[in-house]
Ligand binder design. Structure first.
Ligand code: F6R
Length: 250
């Protein structure tokens, strides 16, 4: 279903369909732009889509040889081999299954002068014309990456403190709320909103309220994903029936 002048919303019935529809969009983008720079979300929602992309690559239907993955966000304060790093999650779910070497990833800085290094990360993206595609999930508080509310749509890549809502939500990844780091770095809103295309995947009843606020209520810094209504990017939101509820997008 398409809304003119705003995000296209595709409601799917289940996780399998979400994976297939998402993989179709990403594969189309890689065919159009074989050297695409793609921001890659971790989190649970895109996992089926990544598995589907990997299956297509194994069957020779997808070429990831030119793809440059860009790290979307990462916790701070972890050792590189800690089981909780988002880079490790990205490696297991995206890089290895898609045959992409770690060295090809444009990585976020994790130490040193973070402000200067985050500015350099933004300059690297700017210099090549920004992201071709951003693959995003949405937090229960509306965050994109770790751009927590309230956020400025021009926010740069930077160090952030995680909100209680995000720490609580991330506890399911690592077992306990005390296992969730409290600080992170995130690709900034400015880069994400300037991507040529954005695919946001949304799943499950815990996202129902926020996805409707983001797409159907006025744009507000309190709901970072609501800025998707205003970007010039081609935005597709793939949302499962549990998250959308009854009815069709208007
Ligand atoms: C993860 C990320 C987050 C998640 C969001 C939804 O790299 O950037 O913004 O996309 O918190 O997470 P899930 O899909 O686990 O509900």
């Amino acid at each position: 279903m398409t809304r003119l002048g705003g995000p296209s919303v595709v409601v799917v019935e289940d996780a399998d369909e979400l994976g297939r529809v998402g993989a179709d969009l990403v594969a189309d983008e890689l065919r159009r732009t074989p050297g695409a720079w793609v921001s890659v979300a971790t989190g649970e929602t895109p996992m089926g889509m990544y598995a589907e992309l990997a299956a297509r690559r194994r069957s020779g239907l997808l070429d990831t040889g030119g793809l440059t993955p860009v790290q979307l966000d990462e916790y701070l304060g972890l050792e590189p081999d800690d089981r909780r790093t988002f880079f490790g999650w990205m490696r297991r779910s995206f890089l290895e299954p898609l045959g992409i070497a770690d060295e090809r990833v444009v990585r976020l800085p994790l130490d040193g002068d973070l402000a200067a290094a985050c500015a350099a990360f933004d300059r690297t993206l700017d210099a090549r014309g920004g992201l071709d595609l951003a693959i995003l999930g949405i937090g229960t508080n509306g965050h994109l990456g770790f751009n927590e509310p309230p956020v400025d749509p021009g926010a740069p890549t930077r160090e952030v403190g995680l909100s209680t809502a995000t720490i609580d939500a991330n506890a399911r990844y690592w077992g306990d709320v005390n296992d969730v780091p409290t600080r992170a770095v995130t690709t900034g809103m400015r880069q994400l909103l300037a991507a040529r295309a954005i695919v946001m995947v949304v799943s499950g009843p815990t996202k129902r309220e926020i996805v409707h606020r983001a797409l159907e209520e006025p744009v507000t810094p309190q709901v970072p994903a609501s800025f998707l209504q205003e970007t010039g990017a081609a935005v597709t939101v793939i949302v499962d029936r549990e998250a959308w509820g009854e009815g069709d997008p208007s």
